[in-house]
Design a protein around this ligand. Structure first.
Ligand code: SPV
Ligand code: MG
Length: 293
């Protein structure tokens, strides 16, 4: 099934579905092999993996290059964290065109200004986009997509910025009217009170997407009971790999030996398997002249 259709099925599913973060092709493949039905291409994680900040320091074509590898390595859909769409409506339209060419399932854009900052860094002091301007961006994106199933998620940052529930609902409804396929309502509270209040008032006008990074203690059953469409586990492969690499590197530095490390890290055979090295060996038998096999 097309990746766009797979993602559309996830947002329209009656059940709560999950997207797991990946930031390069290897992590994307690991997400698919684990059994997830979709991938969150996190802006935070992709930028961190590139060694830069989550402030649009990586250009959008550099993000696109990463995505292309991720998409080539997997068969489940990717929802790109497209930040603010990397500019105005025109930049966002071109982004949609380029994402469709790479079989990306959809994109999420947030109602902040370019260049953005991660929502968990000085969230209150970040300006929000003008509502009409953001609606024009959504319309431009929806009018640009060729595949009807390509998904545009509109992310409401009003709660993060401290503008309150009423403003969040007002914005979400405007984005709904502009043609968004789903609303991502973001919160940095450690409980789910404002998310619950939003979901009740919202009453399923469009599917809701949440990112419970800061309210991780809230049981997932609460999100199911609220009828949340998609839960994004937004940065945990990045953070898991940071911890694993720091531990391994430190140990090798201290011990000046691989003796105690070898059995703690993935075997080389696992690396080759993830790269599908076998396929090349089979292809060589088929395509190389006899004396080079
Ligand atoms: C990301 O993963 O880059 C996100 C989610 O946008 S958050 O970091 O919570 O803003
Ligand atoms: Mg982001």
């Amino acid at each position: 099934m097309k990746k766009t259709t797979q993602l559309r099925n996830l947002i329209s599913s009656q059940n709560t579905e999950y997207l797991m973060e990946a930031h390069h092709a290897l992590s994307a493949k690991i997400v698919e092999e684990a059994g997830f039905k979709g991938i969150w291409a996190s802006g935070l994680s992709i930028s961190a993996a590139l060694g830069v900040r989550d402030n649009n320091e990586a250009s959008w074509t550099q993000v696109l290059d990463t995505l292309e590898f991720m998409s080539d390595a997997t068969s489940i859909p990717i929802l790109l964290d497209g930040d603010t769409g990397y500019g105005n409506f025109n930049n966002a339209r071109r982004l949609v065109k380029k994402l469709e060419q790479r079989q990306i399932g959809g994109v999420c854009i947030e109602d902040k200004l370019f260049p953005k900052t991660n929502s968990f860094i000085k969230g209150e002091s970040q300006p929000l986009a003008d509502i009409d301007e953001f609606c024009g961006k959504i319309k431009g994106m929806k009018d640009t997509q060729i595949d009807d199933d390509f998904v545009v998620v509109s992310r409401v940052e009003a709660l993060i910025a401290g503008w309150g529930l009423k403003e969040a609902l007002h914005r979400a409804e405007a984005y709904h009217q502009a043609g968004a396929d789903a609303i991502l309502i973001h919160s940095k509270k450690s409980n789910s009170e404002e998310i619950e209040a939003f979901a009740w008032e919202w009453a399923n006008r469009l599917p809701l997407v949440i990112v419970p990074t800061k309210y991780y203690k809230v049981p997932t059953q609460t999100f199911k009971d609220l009828g949340i469409s998609i839960v994004i586990w937004a940065n945990h492969n990045l953070r898991a790999s940071i911890s694993a690499m720091q531990k391994t590197t430190k140990q090798i530095l201290q011990e000046e030996s691989l003796l105690n490390i070898e059995n703690e890290v993935a075997p080389l055979e696992e690396v080759f398997r993830l790269q599908n090295a076998q396929e090349l060996q089979d292809a060589e038998k088929k395509y190389l002249p006899g004396d080079q096999k």
